[in-house]
Design a protein around this ligand. Structure first.
Ligand code: UTP
Length: 296
């Protein structure tokens, strides 16, 4: 039986250049899907998976993210005085009662591997999860909950994977699979952003990970030696690759539909799909038929 996953890291210090000008003053992770910012959807997914320690790797100019999870007396005082109990609940921003929030800074966007390494002291020696809030997965059981169940059996490093179109491999970390059983893929190698002709498969890693704490030592060594990877950034896939053979590495074919909210088309699709789910819950038939037409 492996350790429970208490800690989740949210790397949210990136520039969000694909969403300019929207992200000039508003962090990408604060853009709303329906009525909640991307980062809140991610926090709710982690809380549903049992996490209680939430580590945000932010940048000094992205203060709106921590503000979203901080007390807001100007709202709470007024809402209390007006007896607006439902709206007061919304101010909790999806955090569970026992949540511990930790903020660390990444001073320069040197890549995902570097962002995760910035959380090393907050993470300590226990295994931990990472969620990239701009990847959203829609399913009745959250993607991280599915991963936590698989990790309890397997331990080691675990990534969420799905097949992507063959001409899109250059946008992802791609697996060289050794074998597959029950949706779990044993990984023998990883390549970051391969051109379609060089890709060993079309199985790509999406923004959900569970790591053995050993990953932090591997990242420390790469950063000390200034060993950057694709795009001149410190890549998390390089650190995972180095641990193959020492720490088991598996990919989970998760259940659900993923939306890449880091680009405009995926973000718009997610808004329609998640609105449709809410319209189904509330029984709003006319909105359901309008949204279905948009998705077709
Ligand atoms: P992305 O590459 O999708 O985000 O990183 P980005 O760099 O902000 O966006 P573009 O490409 O410029 O449009 C995925 C996640 O990793 C974080 C981002 O904030 C995002 O949540 N990230 C990325 C960091 O925290 N630090 C980095 O150095 C890079």
């Amino acid at each position: 039986m492996t350790a429970k996953i208490n800690t989740v890291v949210f790397p949210v210090a990136g520039l969000g250049t694909r969403f300019l000008p929207a992200t000039k003053a508003v962090p990408k992770e604060m853009l709303p899907v329906v009525d909640k910012p991307l980062i809140q959807w991610a926090v709710e997914e982690a809380a549903a998976a049992g996490c209680t320690r939430f580590v945000f790797v932010t940048a000094p100019e992205k203060g709106a993210i921590m503000k979203h999870f901080s007390p807001a007396p100007h709202y709470s005082d007024t809402l209390k005085a007006r007896g607006k109990t439902q709206e007061l609940e919304l101010l909790k921003a999806g955090l569970p009662e026992n949540a511990e929030l930790i903020e660390v800074h990444q001073d320069q966007p040197l890549g995902l591997g570097h962002a995760i390494w910035c959380a090393r002291e907050a993470v300590g020696q226990a295994p931990f999860a990472v969620i990239l809030p701009d990847d959203m997965v829609q399913h009745s059981v959250g993607c991280l909950s599915q991963m936590v169940s698989a990790h309890a059996r397997l331990g080691g490093n675990l990534v969420a994977v799905e097949n992507v179109p063959a001409d899109q491999t250059h946008r992802y970390g791609v697996l060289d699979p050794a074998g597959e059983a029950d949706g779990l893929i044993e990984i023998k190698a990883l390549i970051e952003k391969p051109a379609p002709a060089e890709a060993p498969s079309t199985l790509a890693i999406i923004g959900r990970y569970i790591f053995d704490s050993e990953i932090m030592n591997t990242l420390s060594r790469a950063i000390a030696a200034e060993e950057t990877g694709a795009g001149g950034e410190f890549q998390i896939t390089d650190a995972m690759s180095q641990l193959i053979g020492q720490v088991p590495l598996h990919g989970l074919r998760f259940q659900g539909t993923r939306y890449d909210c880091g680009n405009r088309d995926g973000f718009l699709e997610a808004n329609v799909a998640f609105s449709l789910a809410q319209a189904q819950e509330s029984g709003n038939k006319s909105l359901q038929s309008k949204l279905r037409r948009l998705l077709d």
